[in-house]
Design a protein around this ligand. Structure first.
Ligand SMILES: [Zn+2]
Length: 433
């Protein structure tokens, strides 16, 4: 079933359909992926135990660490000849995460992204400009493909200069802006500084992804740009940009339940929570062929509304993400593991683990990061020019790897040691302005 009618199924029809999809997903995982069979056996459940949707709570969870520990092909459920694309993502572990896609996986991903953008009012007549950092390339590629499927004209993020982006916004008469809420505010303040009249723009809609859209930011963007704003949710490990999206009621984000089964759990105990209670969003994909995910822990805290929406859709809605229960750091829509950064620095320091402190602060609405690295005579014997060259190399490598700039500053160990846990060797501080 792959059309928009599915968004209006009755609760009973959803339940029956989800039960069948869950059973076939578990069967595939059990038969074809040794990792899942072993995890299920350890949890004391077999594929034949999944008789109803409620049995989902008997299944073990999958984490991001599981994905990287099974790198490269350990979680693939189809032969490589059926895979048409592979993406890799960085992870906190030594191995990255490898995600494979069959033709049908890519088709579903495009369709989800297109449905999300259609719900935001995007039509073939629109000019869609995507302003996202290179580090969010996975998500903006989903959005580009979805917009292209609709038939809209797409302007991908060619430049990272705000001035150049503003010029494109005006010259090409962009009608739909796709960006993060914080970059939207940054663009707006640049627009005001440069005295560009909003009336000279052709913007109608702003699609906000990568960060939670607060009501305050929504009204500032709507008033400032004179647009309607729409929020979306997606994670790259699962189905990408179109996993949940707002309708005209703006009362939560409709979950793409034709492609995954959502649950909310208590992140401490792992127990399923009832609708309305906040907890960690867990998803089980039911259409993915290459990499089915069973009870994947997103790390995002939200709650779910199961009542049908005023718009007529019966898909459940998630509330805006209110926080995270993993230890990832959010930097302009990009989620970064501090352990990854500690390993990244150690690699560039010849294997020596240098204590580091990540300092996050907002500048002109955008989150910036400064990385203070403890460098002293005990771990550096070169000259000052050599040290400066090394710092520049680290900054460059960071931007190339993470896709966002970072300032690196050498400091005395004593100046950061009270904020750096000894066991991890890396601390995180968010400075509120
Ligand atoms: Zn709705």
């Amino acid at each position: 079933m792959q059309n928009d009618k599915v968004e209006y199924l009755s609760p009973d029809a959803w339940r029956q359909w989800h039960t069948e999809l869950l059973q076939s997903t578990v069967n595939r995982a059990w038969d074809r992926i040794p990792f899942y069979r072993k995890a299920m056996e350890e949890a004391g459940v077999t594929k034949d135990d999944i008789a109803s949707l409620d049995d989902i709570s008997r299944l073990p969870f999958t984490t991001r660490d599981d994905l990287s520990l099974n790198y490269p092909y350990g979680l693939f459920s189809v032969p490589l000849r059926d895979i048409v694309r592979i993406h890799t993502l960085r992870s906190a572990q030594a191995n990255p995460i490898a995600l494979g896609y069959t033709e049908s996986d890519l088709r579903h991903r495009r369709a989800l992204s297109a449905r999300f953008l259609s719900a935001c009012g995007v039509t073939p007549d629109d000019i869609v400009q995507i302003c996202l950092d290179p580090g969010m390339s996975n998500i903006w590629q989903d959005i580009r493909e979805g917009a292209e499927q609709i038939g809209a004209l797409v302007i991908p993020p060619d430049s990272i200069s705000t001035g150049a982006r503003l010029r494109v916004l005006a010259d090409f008469k962009t009608t739909v802006l796709v960006t993060t809420p914080s970059y939207g505010l940054h663009l707006l303040s640049c627009l005001m500084r440069e005295d560009v009249p909003v009336a000279s723009l052709s913007l109608k809609n702003a699609v906000l992804v990568g960060e939670t859209l607060t009501e305050e930011t929504r009204s500032r963007l709507e008033d400032g740009f004179s647009v309607d704003t729409w929020s979306g949710y997606g994670i790259f490990e699962a189905l990408g940009a179109g996993m949940a999206y707002e309708c005209s009621q703006r009362s939560g984000l409709h979950l793409a339940m034709d492609h995954f089964i959502p649950e909310i759990i208590n992140p401490e105990t792992g127990r399923q929570l009832p609708p309305g209670e906040p907890g960690e969003l867990v998803i089980t994909t039911v259409t993915a062929r290459a990499n089915p995910l069973i009870r994947f822990r997103t790390g995002d805290i939200t709650s779910i509304v199961t009542e049908p929406c005023e718009c007529g859709r019966t898909t459940w809605r998630m509330m805006p993400v209110s926080g995270h229960c993993d230890n990832l750091v959010s930097l302009r829509g990009i989620r970064i593991s501090p352990e990854y950064i500690a390993n990244f620095i150690a690699e560039r320091a010849g294997g020596v683990r240098l204590p580091c402190l990540m300092i996050l602060r907002r500048r002109d609405h955008l989150m910036t990061m400064e990385l203070r690295i403890a460098i002293g005579v005990e771990n550096f014997s070169g000259s000052l020019p050599e040290l400066h060259r090394w710092i520049r190399e680290v900054e460059q490598a960071f931007e190339e790897t993470i896709g966002v700039a970072c300032r690196v500053k050498p400091v005395e160990a004593a100046s950061i040691q009270d904020r750096v846990p000894a066991e991890s060797g890396i601390g995180v501080v968010e400075e509120r302005s």
